[in-house]
Every structure is written in structure tokens, then in C-alpha cells.
Design a protein around this ligand. Sequence first.
Ligand SMILES: Cc1ncc(COP(=O)(O)O)c(C=O)c1O
Length: 384
Amino acid sequence: MNKIPPVDLTRQYKLIREEVGTAVLDILYSGRYIGGTAVTDFEQQFAAYLGVDRAVSCNSGTDALYLALRALKIGAGDEVITTPFTFIATAEAIAAVGAKPVFVDIDPQTFNLDINHLTAAITKQTKAIIPVHLFGQPANMTELMQVAKANHLFVIEDCAQATGAEWAGAKVGTIGDIGCFSFYPTKNLAACGDGGIATTNNPEIAAQMRIVADHGRSDRYYHQVNGINSRLDSIQAAILQVKLAYLDRWNQQRNQLAQQYQKLLENLPGIKLPQVLPAAKSVWNQYTIRVNCQEKSPKLRDKIRQQLGELGITTMVYYPLPLHLQPVYQQLGYQQGNFPIAEQAANEVLSLPMFPELSFAEQQQVVYALKDCLVEVKSYASLS
Ligand SMILES: Cc1ncc(COP(=O)(O)O)c(C=O)c1O
């Protein structure tokens, strides 16, 4: 049996090897390894792709979030509302500027922030909301923006997993005040290393983000604020320019794969398939099912994952422990049971292999193996 990885970056590279090679060599020959037109051209192309005025590139998605918060002057004494069911970077950036992450539970269907809980979490200290478009599916931005506007809060979209996704026809990263993207190698638009970008229609916010990312300077050796060094390397920018031209095609391929999974796994007892809201266009950074029979067989998800691994299929668990229960946030005072939907998701989620070049035969192999595993853990009969 063939081994199937959760993601195989070499397949994509082989398809665009020559273009990427030329782009990298051009930078190497140019001698301009920091900044230059590779970076400024990419920023413009990315902004045009989204339909937003400005894009400020930086070292990572984490830095993009940090720059966004700094540009909005959010810091000590402020609160920022976000989801506990995300990668740590979302909350980490809030803590890094000295503000307090405030979590609200998620929607069980989409794994995204449950808008119904937002208003109760808002205090006088609340300055912003950071929705995360998890696994490629946008959060409900219509309702979220209504709550934000009514309470005069900034909205920073964490688009790390959702480059190209749309909510009600608008690309994510163009709806809130700032959109933050990651070019980590497993993202939909990925560098061959680290990279990130922050997008906005507000020129002052863009200027502030640039200043903070560039050692807090307005001019060479004149520093206005305490900044950081956060740059997108020229080589990465050149590679990203090549890849941006393919992004829509790759996202379509992911969508096709998701539809196929949906058909192949339909009506399989013991699992629940991902659901996409009518206004959302997901870009399927992950295809995440729920093994939703914990009460009958605790840790069934982990058993299935292990057995799939023995059959050569590597699956992932994003995320096994919600952020409010992470040791690092103990001082925030949250406890088990505070966000039951996120806690349940952490026990049930299983991300199946998903990348544009995954073949139909491989998908079938994943599905057959999953069916076998469900039978083998002897839960199948009791579930059906
Ligand atoms: C939801 C989310 N936010 C932020 C980040 C941080 O991005 P980066 O790894 O580029 O710092 C990631 C990526 O890992 C992510 O998945």
C-alpha cells in the first residue's frame, strides 16, 4: 500500500520547478536579497488579487497579527476577543502586545467563533475581535461586523488558513480593518520558508504597520516607536509571485477533493463531515471530519488515527487542546468546561490528507482505510 502524507509539498514544487528556479536565480544574480521590486511587486499583486488597497509584507503570519495589533495601538489594559480553537499564534500575538486574550466558544458546525457569544464577552476594555477563518472556511463576517460596528471594535481577520476564501462574495482579509495572512509552507499560498502579509484599506494603518515592522523607524536611523525586524525575504517574495498565479487553480482542486471526500464518506456512521455555510466559499486548507461517537467509545478518534497510521495514512489533529486550557494561559483563569463546544471539537477532529495534488486513487485509499478502521475498533456496529 502506498503511503499517503497529510500534505506533500514536493509534488507542487515539481510542477513549477522551472519557474521557481528562474525566480530564485534572478534574485541571487541581482544581489538584492532584502526588499527591492520582488517584495514591492508581490505586495501590489497580492493586494490586487484580494481587491484591497494596501498589503504590508512581513516575516510570518504571527508577525502580521502582531503588526496589526500594534498599528491599532492595542496594548496593556486592553482586551481582544478571539476563538480558543485556533493555532496558538492568534492568542500569542494578543499577549505579545501586552493585551489580554478573551475567548468565546465556537460554532459546532464550522469550528469558527460563535457570534452569539460575542456580545456577552465585550467589556469596556475590549478593543478588537480576531475571527479566525479556520481550515479555510470564513467566519460569519456579516454578523461579526454588525457586532463590531455596534460596539466600536476593530476587526482583525486571521486569514492564515484561508487565502482566497470568500464570505458573501468578498475575499477574506478585505472585510475587517486588517487581514493577516501566513505563507507557512502548508498554507494555500505558501512560501518555501516563512512569510506573512497584512492587508488593509486604511493608509494610516498600513503606514503604522510598516513602521513597526521596520524597527519603528520613519526614516533611516530615526526611530519613532519600539519596533521589530519583520521582513519578507526577496527570494520568498519572488517564489510567492510565481505561486500567486496558480492559487485559484489550486484552491479549485482542493474544493474538488473536498466534494469527492464528501461523496465518498457520505452516510458513514460514526463520523461527521465538514459543513460550509451558504455565504462561505471555503478554500479547504484542511478537510476536517469529526469522529463523533466519543460517548460510546472514548478516544475512538485517537485509535482510528493510530490505525490509519499503521495503514500508511497520516492524519492530523488540529487542535488537541483548546487555547483556554493551555498551560501558558493558566493565569487567564479559564477552566475545563468553559467552552464545551471547543473542548468537544478538540476530542473529535481528524484532518484527512488534503493538498491540491492528492489523487483520486489516494483519496479512495484513505476512505477505504477509514471504513476498515471504524469496523476494526468494533464501534462500527454500535454506531450504525
Ligand atoms: C490560524 C493561524 N494563525 C496564525 C498562524 C501563524 O502563521 P505563521 O506560522 O506564519 O506565523 C497560523 C499558522 O501556522 C495559523 O494557522
